[in-house]
Design a protein around this ligand. Structure first.
Ligand SMILES: O=C(CO)[C@@H](O)[C@H](O)COP(=O)(O)O
Length: 223
């Protein structure tokens, strides 16, 4: 099943609760929250108190993407703030296995991600332990960047590995997704589509969310 995951990075933070309610009511499957520390990536976004506020404003699934150095230090804070899934960067964690264990200890889902320049094979040892792999299709840090088509080969590799190993993790893609590329992204094997500016930068956020939802549903039958 294809899932639409609007990323709040491009939302209007002065009316965040309203923006989230709009996309959820228009059919978004869940909310992708970008956490940036100004160290692992050159941008700072938000921390556990904001996740806690979002949690209080919606029952929707919260997919929290940590773009932070040494994520293990903050798993407890982000889990207790109300995350339903925590995704962290392989490149940013000195002990990936311990970080996965820490996330699981809170009874929530685990995602693992890599940047465009990281080889997908670094994920091999962890595929059996995660609920989702996120393939970054832009350098992490900012919304509104151009999609990097070369990252689709990683998705194809993951689809093959998943089949060969009889696993069932989801494959998410984040960065530069829009009507221009979601068909090729879906055909490569992605089933969770993070979208920031192509939703929140639009005048009518509700209609564009409904349109993406419909398109993703239609694409399910073509892959
Ligand atoms: O957070 C990042 C990159 O780190 C963004 O990719 C957003 O998650 C999505 O924004 P758009 O690329 O859709 O504008």
């Amino acid at each position: 099943m294809n899932l639409l995951a609007p990323s709040i990075l491009s939302a209007d933070f002065s009316k965040l609760g309203e923006e989230i309610e709009t996309v959820i009511s228009a059919g978004a499957d869940y909310i992708h929250v970008d956490v940036m520390d100004g160290h692992y990536v050159p941008n700072i976004s938000l921390g556990p108190p904001v996740i806690k506020s979002i949690r209080q404003s919606t029952k929707s699934f919260l997919d929290v993407h940590l773009m932070i150095t040494e994520p293990l230090r903050y798993i407890e804070a982000f889990a207790k703030a109300g995350s339903d899934m925590i995704t962290f960067h392989q490149e940013a964690a000195s002990d990936v296995t311990e970080t996965i264990k820490a996330i699981k200890s809170y009874g929530i889902k685990v995602g693992l991600t890599i940047n465009p320049n990281t080889s997908v094979s670094v994920l091999d040892p962890y595929l059996k332990d995660v609920d989702m792999i996120l393939i970054m299709s832009v350098e992490p840090g900012f919304g509104g960047q151009s999609f990097m088509p070369s990252t689709l080969d990683k998705v194809r590799y993951l689809v093959e590995q998943r089949k060969a190993l009889n696993l069932n993790f989801d494959i998410e893609m984040d960065g530069g997704l829009s009507f221009d590329n979601i068909e090729e992204v879906a055909k490569a094997g992605v089933n969770v589509f993070v979208m920031g500016s192509s939703i929140y930068a639009m005048e009518d956020v509700a209609s564009v969310t409904r349109a993406y939802k419909k398109r993703l549903k239609a694409l399910e039958s073509t892959v």
